[in-house]
Design a protein around this ligand. Structure first.
Ligand code: PEP
Length: 254
């Protein structure tokens, strides 16, 4: 079994004080065991402070997005190099909120993944179908396209740097979770897609997280599925107790 990776996407939530308190609680509560990989993804403006709190220990810190260019006249955007500069190691790319609200296409996501890798950031690449796509039996088509277009041109070495997060859009922030079986089926499809695009080793080593209303009650069952290697957690990552419960559930599987 691979080491599980539990990541907390704080989205556009918390004040600076609240974000600092949450990070300090996690720092105090987490032991030094490396049984589970843990990451938090605060808003851009808090990244430096949160990196300082963890000072490279126990928890990876990453951004929720980045721009695809290195620098220049792109008002309001943040580059991968800037994220590295403040201490980030990871970045979420292609979250469904970026795809639907900010109209990011698979091609933009592909460029962002390449830009992240080129400056040494490890991307968590989000894929997942909308409710109407699942209802129309298009889950594999949609997720297959997101993978083939999103990962276009990446070598197997580069693909090996990625974490994929399967996040059915209908399960994000809705309290409606995919059943462990539904999630495991799509994870199996993703792993097989990586295998046919690259090779068995890349497919076996890449971690595939599940995301969509993961909480302390359903974490054991979801994380216990053979193809689920961790979770990308939204709402339940904003409170230290529920996030730590999910981390503990992952730890029990190690
Ligand atoms: C997310 O935003 O990536 C997410 C999975 O959110 P939630 O856990 O709140 O559904």
């Amino acid at each position: 079994m691979k080491k599980q990776f539990i990541a907390g996407n704080w989205k556009m939530n918390l004040t600076l004080d609240e974000a600092g308190d949450l990070a300090r609680k996690l720092y105090v509560e987490l032991d030094n065991s490396s049984a589970v990989d843990i990451g938090v993804f605060p808003a851009f403006v808090f990244l430096r402070d949160i990196c300082d709190i963890f000072h490279g220990n126990k928890v990876y810190v990453g951004a929720q997005n980045m721009y695809l260019e290195k620098s220049g006249a792109f008002t309001g955007e943040v580059s991968g190099g800037m994220l590295r500069d403040v201490g980030c190691t990871h970045v979420i790319i292609g979250h469904s909120e970026r795809r639907t609200i900010f109209l990011e296409t698979n091609s933009v996501i592909n460029s962002k993944i390449k830009a992240a890798l080129s400056c040494g950031l490890k991307p968590i690449v989000c894929v997942g179908e909308k409710q109407e796509e699942r209802d129309a039996d298009k889950t594999y088509e949609v997720v297959g396209d997101q993978l083939s277009e999103g990962l276009a041109g990446l070598t197997s070495e580069e693909a090996g740097e990625l974490t994929i997060a399967y996040e059915p859009v209908w399960a994000i922030g809705t309290g409606k979770t995919a059943t462990p079986e539904q999630a495991n089926e799509v994870h199996t499809f993703i792993r097989n897609t990586i295998k046919s695009k690259y090779d068995v080793d890349t497919a076996q080593s890449i971690r595939i997280q599940y995301g969509g209303s993961v909480n302390s009650k359903n974490a054991d069952e979801l994380l216990g599925q053979p193809e689920i290697d961790g979770a990308l957690v939204g709402g339940a990552s904003l409170e230290s107790g529920s996030f730590l419960d999910i981390v503990s559930a992952a730890g029990r599987l190690s």
